[in-house]
Design a protein around this ligand. Sequence first.
Ligand SMILES: O=C(O)COP(=O)(O)O
Ligand SMILES: [Mg+2]
Length: 237
Amino acid sequence: MFDKMAGSMTANIIFDLDGTLVDSAPSLCAAGNRLVEELGRAPVSVETYKSFVGRGIPRQVEGLLEHTGGVPGELSVHLARFREIYDENPLVATRPYDGVAAALERLRAAGHRLGVCTQKPTIPGRRVLGGLGLSAWFDSFTFGDSIAVMKPDPEMIRHTLQDMGPGPVVFVGDSETDSATAANFGCPFVIHEHGYRKRPWQEIAHSAHFGHWDAAADCILAALEAPHAAAGALRLS
Ligand SMILES: O=C(O)COP(=O)(O)O
Ligand SMILES: [Mg+2]
C-alpha cells in the first residue's frame, strides 16, 4: 500500500553511522589500542572493541579501559587522548558497507528525505561522511555533541527531523541503543545485522532486518508500510 503511495508520501529515513552506514570498528579499535598500549596494556581485538561501540566515545573509552584492567585516574584525560589519536585520521580503515550508496540513491530517487543520527562527535563524523562521499545524500545530521543528550534520548531523532519534513519516520541502526532510541521516539526500527552491539541482533527489538545493503531499501520501505507497534511494546527492558 505504501509503495502505491510512495510517489506522494515522502518519508523521513534516519540512519545511524558506525556499524550501519560505515564499518568503522577497525579504525576506532586501532585508536583505542594506541591508547591502551601507551598505558602499557595489551591490545584488544576488533570483535571485542565492537561491544564497546554504540553509546558514544566516552562509553567506548570507559569500556575499553575497564576491559583492560580498570580506569587509571580521570576518564576525561584518557578520553581527550583518544580523541587526539582518533580525530587525526578517522578515515583510516573505515569504509561504507557494500551497497550503501546504491541504497541511498534509490531511497532519494523515490523522493524520501534522509538523515544521519549518530553518537560520533561532529569533527570525526563530518570527516568520515565527507571523506567517503556520503554527505550529499543527507538532508540532516545530528552528531553525538550536537545537543545536550545522546541516543537513546528521542530528542536525537527530533533534532534530526528539524531539517527534514512532515511524513512517517523510520530509524535504521545496529545497536541496542538505536533500538531503544526508535522505541522511545515511537517509530519503526530497522536493524543492520552486521553492526556492533553486545547481544545478537535477534535479541534486540526491531521491525525489520537486513544483512546486505542490497536488501536495505526494500526492507526500509516495508518497515514504513507495516503497522507500527506502540512505542511501549518495543521498549527495551
Ligand atoms: O560512537 C559510538 O559509540 C557509536 O556511534 P553510532 O551512533 O554512529 O553507532
Ligand atoms: Mg551504530
